[in-house]
Structure formats: C-alpha cells, structure tokens
Design a protein around this ligand. Structure first.
Ligand code: GLN
Length: 515
C-alpha cells in the first residue's frame, strides 16, 4: 500500500525553497571570486569575509526563529525574510556595478551581506518549521515530507552555480553583477509566489490557515489551560529574574573565554557563545514540562553530534575543492572539467536519493524495522566516515604530484550524500516532532546553529590540508600526506557515529514516544 498523498502546501514550500536556495547558492558560488577578482581583496581577507558570511547566515536563524515565534508568525517572517534577501542581492548587484568607486562598492557589498544574513535568519527556520505544520503531530509521512522539501532545496542548489556561474564568472570582473542580478530576480519570485499562493495552500489538515499567529501565542493558550495561582505567578517572576542574571553572567564568562581562545575573532566568539547561552536559556524556561524539557535535551545532544557531520561534510567547498583542483585527474575525453563543478555532484545526488529514500524508509516500516531518528543520524555519520575511508584507499600509495582518478571523489560525494539524506532532512523532521509548538521556529534556529559552529570548525580543519614544506599536526598527530589528512575525518565521524549509536536507546527513552 502506498502512502497517501502529501498536502499541496508542501509543493508550494518546495517551489519557494527551490527559488530561495537558488539565490543563496548562486550568489555563494561567485562570491569569493567576486571578492578577489573584482573587489581585489587578498585571498586571506576574502576567505575571512566568506567564512564570516557563511557562519553568520546560520547564526541569525536563532534571532529570526525567536521573532517568528513571539511576534511575527511564520508567514510574515517568510515574507520579510525574502524581501530582505532580495534587497541584499540587489545591493550586491549595485556593488558589482560600480567597481570603479572602491569605497562605494565595498559599502554596498557589506550592506548587501548584512541584509542577506538577516533575511536568511527570518526565512530559513520558519520555512523549515512550516513543512511540519502542514501535518498532524506524529504523522508518519513527516520524514518523507522533509525529504521532499530537501529535494526542493537541492534542485535550487544544483542549478544556481551553473546559471549564476555561467553569466557571472566570465573572466571579466564587470560581469559578476549579472550573477547577482539573476539571484535578486529569483528572490523576488519567492516573494511573489509565496504571497499570492499562501492563502490557498498553507493550511492545516483541518483546512485552517496556518502561520498567521505567532506560535508562542498558540502554545500559550495550551499553557493557560493549566490553573496557576498568584503564588505560582510570583514564583515564575522570581525564577525569570534569577535566570536572566545567570544567563548574563554566563554570556560574559563565555565571551571572555572564547575571546581569548579565538584570539579576538568576534564572529567565532559570537557563534560559540550563542551556541551555549541560547540553548541554556530555553532549558531554563519555567513553562516547560518535564517531558518537553527531556525532548529538547535530545535535540541538543544530537545537534552536538551533527556538528562533526557538517564540519567534515563542509570540506567540500574548501579542502576537497583544492584536492579536486590539484590532485585529481579531471579530463573526460580530452576535456578538462572545472574543479568547482565537483560541487554540483552533491545536490545532484541529493535530488536522486531524495526521490528514493522515502520508499526505502517505507519498506523498512512495513517490516517494523524503520530506524528511529537518532539511529538515522548515527547512520548518516557512519556513511560520512565511510566516504572518507574510500578516498583514503584512493590516495594511499600515491606519490606527490600524481593525480588520482576522479571516481574517488565522485564516490566520496555519493556516499556523503547518502549520509546527508539520512541525517539532514530527518533531523529537521525530528526537531519538528520533538519541539513544543511555542518554540517551533526558535528550535529550528538552534538546529541550524550547529551548522554555524560546524562551518567555523570546518575552516580550522581545512587549514590542516597538507602543504609541501609545512609541518602540520593535530593533537600530536602529524599530517604530511593526503592519506593522513583524510584519516582525521574517518576517525572523527566514526567516533561520533559510534557514540551516538551507543546513546540511541537512552535518547529514544528521553523522546517519550516520539520516533
Ligand atoms: N544544503 C542544505 C540547505 O541549504 C543543508 C544545509 C545545512 O544544513 N548545512 O538547506
């Protein structure tokens, strides 16, 4: 028996996300080249701007999630998020249109980035939350729904670098503007599509409009059903004050600690401090019941392990692209494939695997063998480790300067994508299932925040990429060859996977009936 159809709203979200991710990845594909070739930053400065941008893009979903839950509601956040992102892309276009006026083009570029970061913060957690709200809680189709949503995300991610790269990266620095313009126009389509179709399709299973009232208000109604006396209210107020003081103290303490640790890199200080303070502040919320708190704790534990997944996975844009450029034979029938094209393999494989995976999980389910969400996350980590193990074989006895077949890298990307399909959409679905509705978008923001930490960590790890004449080491382990380098990721992901596997039974108990 096949599963019943998905609500039409899912396909509206699919299309909206395809267009939004098209603009995000289209801009990202040409951004570092724009910085170095058009704005003439040196590589180090360009890499630092690029790293801060991709890190902050995953930090602001926390703020966007909070605003959506408390004040705006999901629909308004999606609308303003998309409007800000469109404005950001147009500022990038103007920046790239006036390269002759250096200070003006720099100012426009920084303002554009700020709008893209804020817009993404409002859009990304809310659109991800909305998917779950189209279904009844505990609907069995939820993992499949998030996998379909994820497919939409990757259709955009696949097409964008090809289109924006084609028009923007022509060798003439004045052409970057066309890439940004296309990204801006596509973001306007997001606004148009969502605004004109939302009333028709964004409805609950009972046919009611959703995403209009902030989720905190819907949740507060449920809270009020529990009687509270004047003494309770006074107690809560006192608790709130004490918690506020504690959190301020913790912020200062961690801020100082991370400032020392990251030698004054404010983006890292902000990301890592927020990663600890904000999750703690939710746990301290007096309105949480014991079961809700326990479920939220599960999200935190898994989000921590997921950091290791994305840190190894995100080598794609950095060390693995260097490996593609320098040590991979990219000739196909006499034609030399550009190294950057390797980045399109992943979204391409996601689209294919996302079509297959819901069926695979259904087949397991029919036999009563479908793994629970934490187990799927552990499988994802294991596959990541396996991908690196495969490439370890590829580079094992290869002498410096000799290029290996591209099949090794394609194989790695395929296995990594299998891992991603087990971990990423299922993670989004799990966050939705485990979170009380009044924190829905904020918790999605926390989930995405593990990406912010992971991206920073990935940057540190890719700095260990072996270079002739330089001695590099990690905790006493010397990295001299590509084999030594890839082995770090094999061990790191396998260790994280193993520990998560060992924890799955306990985590499932803490999830209190949610799978
Ligand atoms: N590629 C996916 C997206 O853009 C997942 C990103 C992530 O969570 N790191 O949504």
């Amino acid at each position: 028996m096949s599963s019943p159809r998905h609500p039409k709203g899912l396909y509206l979200i699919f299309a909206t996300s395809t267009a939004e991710r098209f603009s995000y990845y289209g801009m990202r594909a040409i951004f570092i080249l724009f910085l170095t070739q058009a704005l003439l930053f040196d590589t180090e400065k360009a890499a630092s701007i690029y790293g801060s941008y991709t890190g902050l893009v995953y930090l602001t979903p926390l703020i966007g999630g909070y605003i959506a839950d408390k004040y705006w509601g999901i629909r308004r956040s999606i609308f303003w998020g998309a409007v800000m992102m469109a404005a950001g892309q147009f500022l990038m276009f103007f920046s790239a249109s006036m390269l002759e006026s250096v200070s003006m083009s720099h100012a426009l570029m920084y303002s554009g980035l700020a709008l893209l970061i804020l817009g993404n913060g409002c859009f990304k957690p809310t659109v991800s939350t909305l998917v779950g709200q189209l279904y009844e809680p505990n609907d069995k189709r939820l993992d499949a729904a998030y996998t379909i949503f994820y497919m939409g995300v990757n259709v955009g991610s696949f097409l964008a670098p090809l289109v924006c790269g084609y028009f923007g990266e022509t060798g003439d620095p004045h052409d970057f503007k066309w890439g940004f313009l296309i990204a801006g126009i596509v973001t306007l389509l997001v606004v148009l599509l969502f605004e004109t179709q939302k009333n028709k399709y964004i409805v609950s299973p009972a046919g009611e409009q959703i995403g209009i009232v902030p989720d905190a208000k819907t949740g507060a109604k449920q809270e009020k059903e529990q009687p509270s006396t004047a003494a309770d209210v006074a107690k809560r107020k006192k608790e709130k004050r004490t918690n506020g003081l504690m959190l301020c103290g913790l912020t200062v303490l961690l801020g100082v600690l991370f400032y020392k640790l990251f030698a004054g890199d404010w983006v890292s200080v902000g990301i890592f401090t927020a990663c600890i303070v904000l999750p703690t502040s939710i746990l301290l919320d007096g309105s949480l019941t014991k079961i809700e708190r326990s479920r939220i704790f599960v999200i935190y534990i898994i989000a921590f392990f997921v950091i290791f997944f994305w840190a190894a996975y995100e080598q794609a844009g950095a060390s693995l692209t260097l490996f593609a450029a320098e040590q991979t034979d990219r000739t196909i029938l006499g034609w030399d494939m550009p190294a950057s094209w390797f980045q399109s393999f992943n979204p391409f494989f996601v689209v294919i695997l996302a079509a297959v995976m819901p069926g695979v999980w259904r087949a397991f389910d029919k036999r009563g063998m479908e793994p629970a969400s934490p187990t799927k996350q552990a499988i994802g980590l294991l596959l990541l480790s396996l991908g690196y193990l495969v490439i370890c074989f590829g580079v094992k006895d290869v002498q410096p300067g000799v290029k290996v077949s591209m099949l090794w890298l394609v194989g790695l990307y395929f296995i990594h994508t299998m891992g991603e399909i087990c971990l990423s959409p299922i993670g989004l679905s799990m966050v939705n299932k485990l979170t009380p509705v009044r924190f829905a978008s904020l918790m999605m923001g926390i989930w995405y925040m593990s990406n912010a930490a992971a991206n920073k960590f990935a940057g540190v790890l890719s700095g260990l990429y072996p270079e002739a004449g330089k001695v590099k080491s990690l905790l006493g382990y010397r990295i001299e060859t590509m084999f030594d380098f890839f082995l770090i990721f094999v061990v790191m992901s396998a260790a994280a996977s193993l520990i998560l596997f060992l924890l799955t039974k306990k985590l499932q108990r803490m999830m209190h009936g949610v799978r």
